[in-house]
Design a protein around this ligand. Structure first.
Ligand code: SAH
Ligand code: SF4
Length: 356
């Protein structure tokens, strides 16, 4: 079988190049061609010796996920559905904002964690994405979007906030992160690459050691009783352990704060009491908050908090000196908002009680 070079970071590519008896600098050349220039055809890599190109064509390939469809929202948001075989597909979303362009990518087909407010969680879990399928999303979007007139890449930020729990697919995610950060590949700064986790505590420590990028933690509740319901993983790693892990991560983080994501669900986690409890909970963690108005999806009984309760909640955090942003809902007309990414998941877990 031939190797897919798309998912090899510089260290792994150096190993491959050595194995086929080529000089180490070839690895860097290949990285530039594949990721910097977005080339997937060896015959067009014009500064590589013909004999080397022929050798590559015999032993390797650059295989990207197939594009099923692309959709454009009226606000400039774009969404791509990529097939990853076996009847499964994943979604990737591009969100343009003034001064930056953010690509939201997926790490798994479905998710095993069953957060009660998340459409991906409701669909069940099929498998981890391989490193080439993770970086393939950036490869694709980058090729589709290209550069602005000043020569800057349109995609300036990447967030791992699509389908799946990135820290439960640790090795493949780290390999893909290495490629995002590599100057010969995408050259993004650590501050502009964010991993979002629902709180897999041991893996947060490993990420700090292996690849400390910006971290977002999906908090969603100020106490264990409520968080156990919204984010069932909390039963394994309760809030006291999660807060301690956040404090440890800060030491290595490229930014001096953790971002807490908090989905605002009407009457469930958005009262004045919840806000006050939250202020006490995060007292010792340098943080910013990102309030995400709940995005409904078929089969969910939750409702989005009213603008007034979001403002009230935000006010209480602000008074305590916490910086808060409220995420605007983007791409509403193409179901591209947080928690709405569906793709196609053939559930291998055969989960019962999954809403259609
Ligand atoms: N598994 C990771 C990353 C993917 S989810 C995590 O949970 O952090 C990315 C973000 O979208 C998380 O903060 C998640 O809580 C949020 N989200 C999920 N479903 C949502 C919904 N229906 N409405 C708004 N945000 C949602
Ligand atoms: Fe998985 Fe994140 Fe959705 Fe929870 S919110 S089910 S961890 S994708």
């Amino acid at each position: 079988m031939t190797v897919n070079l798309l998912g090899l970071d510089s260290e792994k590519l150096a190993g491959f190049v050595a194995e086929i008896g080529e000089k180490p600098f070839r690895a860097r050349q290949l990285l530039r061609w594949i990721h910097h220039f977005g080339e997937n055809d060896f015959s067009r890599m014009t500064d590589l010796a013909k004999s080397f190109r022929e050798k590559l064509a015999g032993q390797a390939q650059i295989s990207v996920p197939d594009l099923v469809r692309g959709q454009d929202a009226s606000d400039g948001t774009k969404k791509w559905l990529l097939s990853v075989g076996g009847g499964n597909a994943i979604e990737t979303v591009f969100i343009p904002e003034s001064g930056r362009g953010t690509l939201c990518i997926s790490s798994q087909v479905g998710c095993a964690l069953e957060c009660s407010f998340c459409s991906t969680g409701r669909q069940g879990f099929n498998r981890n994405l391989s490193a080439d399928e993770i970086i393939g999303q950036l490869w694709w979007a980058n090729r589709a979007l290209g550069r602005d007139p000043a020569g800057e890449r349109i995609i300036s930020n990447v967030v791992m906030m699509g389908m799946g729990e990135p820290l439960l697919n640790f090795e493949n995610v780290v390999t893909a992160l290495n490629l995002m950060l590599d100057d010969s590949a995408y050259g993004l700064s650590r501050r502009r690459v964010t991993v979002s986790t629902s709180g897999v505590v041991p893996a947060m420590d490993r990420l700090a050691e292996r690849c400390p990028v910006a971290l977002a933690v999906s908090l969603h509740a100020p106490n264990d009783a409520l968080r156990d319901v919204l984010v069932p993983l909390n039963k394994k790693y309760p809030l006291s352990e999660l807060m301690a892990a956040c404090r440890r991560y800060i030491v290595h983080a490229p930014r001096d704060f953790i971002t807490f994501e908090y989905v605002m669900i009407d009457g469930i986690n958005d009262t004045v009491g919840h806000a006050r409890q939250l202020v006490r909970l995060v007292e010792e963690v340098p943080c910013k908050f990102n309030l995400i108005p709940f995005n409904p999806f078929p089969g969910s009984d939750y409702r989005r908090s009213s603008d007034a309760s979001i403002e009230r909640f935000r006010g209480i955090l602000n008074e305590a000196g916490i910086v808060v942003t409220t995420r605007r809902t983007r791409g509403d007309d193409i179901d591209a908002a947080c928690g709405q990414l569906a793709g196609q998941v053939r559930d291998k877990t055969k989960r019962s009680g999954v809403a259609a």
